[in-house]
Design a protein. Structure first.
Length: 255
């Protein structure tokens, strides 16, 4: 989503005075936290950063730039320094349920008042159960491998994800062996040829891989201050004749 420069100018002018702030966001909640019904909606954690209590109903949440007052928060008091978790789903209704989902591929979330006090989060694409948030006393945003909904963000924060590696040869069917290079701007690449998760069992990549039999290559990148990249997977069929369309599925060896 592209934000107009005039809208951003208003945001930056208002951030310093906003008492209620977006503190943590998860747009890909698979098993991190469950709601009362046992489901795992996306969530937003809000923090009263001021010195006095506030009423949440003075604030609005929205993922729509052209409708900042899309959903009014519930009529509840939030004391100074306290946190509240708001579920984001269009499948469940309730006091602390905003009627929209968050996009795990990334989007902008807005918090506003009728008077124009604003805060926002430019949420990046998030891997499963990862969160995007602020550390106590800081306005800077970090990625968190371990979220802490309902608690202050004291876990290690990261600058982002390492850039995912790429294959020099397109996965697919080959009559003869191929030499495969793994490329990335990140510091190190880890890979497996067994279908295992390279973040757990990977070897450090040091040069081209000679693939002379059918193999599943999984690889990731890592660099200091950043989280693992997404896992990149490719299946290379060597000397295999096919007469019908093929759909390749890879899984952990124990599965």
């Amino acid at each position: 989503m592209k934000i107009g420069l005039s809208i951003l100018a208003v945001f930056f002018a208002a951030l310093s005075s906003a008492q209620l702030q977006i503190n943590e966001v998860c747009s890909n909640n698979e098993t991190l936290i469950y709601d009362a019904s046992g489901t795992t909606p996306d969530f937003v954690e809000l923090l009263n950063s001021g010195s006095t209590s506030i009423n949440l109903s003075d604030y609005y949440l929205s993922d729509k730039q052209d409708n900042l007052m899309f959903w009014q928060l519930p009529n509840e008091e939030l004391a100074s320094g306290e946190l509240v978790v708001i579920w984001c789903t269009d499948e469940v209704s309730g006091t602390n349920y905003a009627p929209f989902r968050l996009n795990s591929s990334g989007e902008v979330l807005f918090l506003s008042t009728a008077e124009g006090d604003l805060d926002y989060a430019q949420i990046p694409a998030l891997q499963s159960n990862h969160c995007y948030g602020r550390k106590p006393g800081s306005s800077n945003w970090h990625l968190f491998e371990r979220g802490s909904p309902g608690e202050h963000n004291t876990y290690k924060g990261y600058l982002g994800y390492a850039e995912a590696p790429t294959f020099s040869v397109v996965p697919g069917f080959y009559s003869d062996a191929v030499n495969l290079e793994l490329n990335s701007l990140s510091d190190d690449i880890f890979f497996t040829t067994s279908g295992s998760d390279p973040r757990l069992l990977g070897e450090v990549y040091s040069g081209p891989l000679a693939i002379d039999s059918t193999q599943v290559i999984k690889c990731v990148s890592i660099k200091p201050g950043y989280l693992w990249s997404e896992v990149v997977t490719g299946t290379f069929f060597i000397g295999v004749d096919k007469f019908l369309p093929v759909f390749s599925i890879s899984c952990e060896p124990e599965d």
